[in-house]
Design a protein around this ligand. Sequence first.
Ligand code: GDP
Ligand code: MN
Length: 328
Amino acid sequence: MVMLVRNRELNDALRSMRFVEDRFNRKFRYPWTFLNDEPFTQEFINYTTGMASGKVQYGLINKDQWSVPDHIDLHKVKKNMEKMVSKNVIYAGSMSYRHMCRYNSGFFYRHELLKNYDWYWRVEPGVEFFCDVDYDPFTYMRTHGKVYGFVMSMYEYLATIETLWDSTKEFVRQNPQYLAADNALDFFVDGKSPSKQGDTEIDGNYNLCHFWSNFEIASLNFWRSPAYSDYFNFLDAQGGFFYERWGDAPIHSLAAGLFLPKDKIHHFGDIGYRHLPYSRCPQDEKSHVSGRCYCSRQDHFDDDGYSCLPRWWKVAGQSEGAGPRPAE
Ligand code: GDP
Ligand code: MN
């Protein structure tokens, strides 16, 4: 269980932990890893240790992974930030948000404390889990050959990633060997027919669909792979983390969708989840009559107009809401 978090978010961190422990982890006792760009306070350590059913570890982020690289033109960063602020783009004026997105994109999986792990579940402060998870999702991922797992999917704000798609296309042109056969390109580009073995380029316009990365259950080794490492380094050199405000969500999503066969991506349809402003509650009768879930069935972001999940169902060849619980 991995949480990147600030000291002042202690209460929200405890709240997320309470949900995760009650619904899942008290039976499994997976260790928690907390990461921060500042040292954790003793209070933060004491309270989160108390909430955890398993081991806990606290990591400080290397300064050089949370600072502006030398090749970035700070004058241009400032100018672009002001432009984005005037357009009311969310987090447009925040430098720390940019560091956070870059860290989640390119560094967390290389942290010393995660060295011995293959899998992680990303937990953010202030989220809620509505349903019991009484099987081990890590085992599920491993035994079903899955690499990336998500719960919600939606559109990204174009103003935050104006050149991300062009950069991604350029990366794939330069590195066609990383494009997986049977990738999920048709999730990102409307009207695209599923890509076939031997395709070496991607084209079309990005529809902004991505997996919401505040929840992730995924393989750390995918991010550590040559394909993703090269992709991150290429993007970092473009400077879009600072000149724009590239998020880790579209970057993780594009990488998973293009460098993996699509059947390695798993939608956790059985997980009830809230990260404001959205929540989703499993819609099947069984999850409710069994008492497994406590959530309002009105909360079905999945088929909201802003959700990309209907596209995912089509791409993945699943019928709507396909089976709330993975076959165990
Ligand atoms: P949002 O979900 O996009 O609105 O952004 P959040 O504020 O939730 O930030 C995403 C994640 O990064 C959360 O886990 C935050 O606790 C964490 N985070 C954001 N900014 C910082 C920061 O400056 N320092 C640290 N240590 N964590 C941060
Ligand atoms: Mn958040």
